[in-house]
Design a protein. Structure first.
Length: 214
């Protein structure tokens, strides 16, 4: 029998959507503070100041709630960065954008959340596959941009945009994970500096972009 949410109407006057967002935000903060292992229904409810039964009433399980946290983060990041990503017309622009996204992820604690969810997914194959599904839109976005940038070149014959996109996104998430584990952003900054220099070399090797891409 599905758990009921006792006194849910007394707990909050918000509409259901507002209540669900409150729960997701509480889970986000709990993940930042306590990590995957410590983010229980009780910890989330304590963080948000609501009855933990609301978690199961609205999401069915803690796992579903934590996946909703990833959905919220991805939605916010996509909304913020997709326009700039679509406007980028060169490898250096993409490198600068990657640095901006990384700095924002670090400041907002998203790197911690991603690291905790990936580590949780390693131990739980079902969760891991769901996390991978939520990374896919980022791979597709990078793939489309690479197709656009590499179309005038012969580089697509050496490596498909899909494979390159998967590699770049994996590299970025790996950078996030290392920063999370080491608690030191210096190496990540060094790698981002290297990426910026390499992007300039790649851009110099590419033919002049056609007018419609400028």
């Amino acid at each position: 029998m599905e758990p009921r949410a006792p006194d849910a109407r007394q707990t909050t006057a918000a509409e259901p959507i507002g209540t669900k967002l409150q729960i997701v935000e509480a889970a986000l903060q709990a993940l930042k503070a306590k990590g995957f292992a410590g983010t229980s229904a009780r910890a989330i409810a304590r963080e948000g100041g609501f009855n933990q039964a609301l978690i199961f009433y609205h999401f069915g399980s803690v796992r579903n709630l934590l996946l909703a946290v990833l959905d919220l983060i991805s939605e916010r990041r996509m909304k913020m960065y997709r326009p700039a990503f679509e406007r980028a017309r060169s490898a250096p622009e993409l490198a600068r954008l990657a640095r901006t996204i990384y700095a924002d992820d670090l400041e907002r604690g998203y790197i911690t959340v991603l690291g905790e969810m990936v580590s949780g997914g390693v131990a739980d194959a079902g969760l891991g596959s769901e996390v991978a599904v939520r990374i896919e839109p980022w791979i597709e976005m990078v793939e489309r941009k690479l197709e656009q940038l590499l179309a005038p070149t012969t580089l697509q014959s050496l490596a498909s945009p899909r494979d390159l996109a998967f590699g770049l996104v994996s590299l970025y998430f790996g950078l996030d994970m290392l920063s999370h584990l080491q608690r030191d952003g210096s190496r990540a900054e060094s790698l981002l500096d290297l990426a910026t220099r390499l992007a300039a070399l790649v851009d110099a090797a590419l033919p002049t972009q056609p007018a419609e891409l400028r």
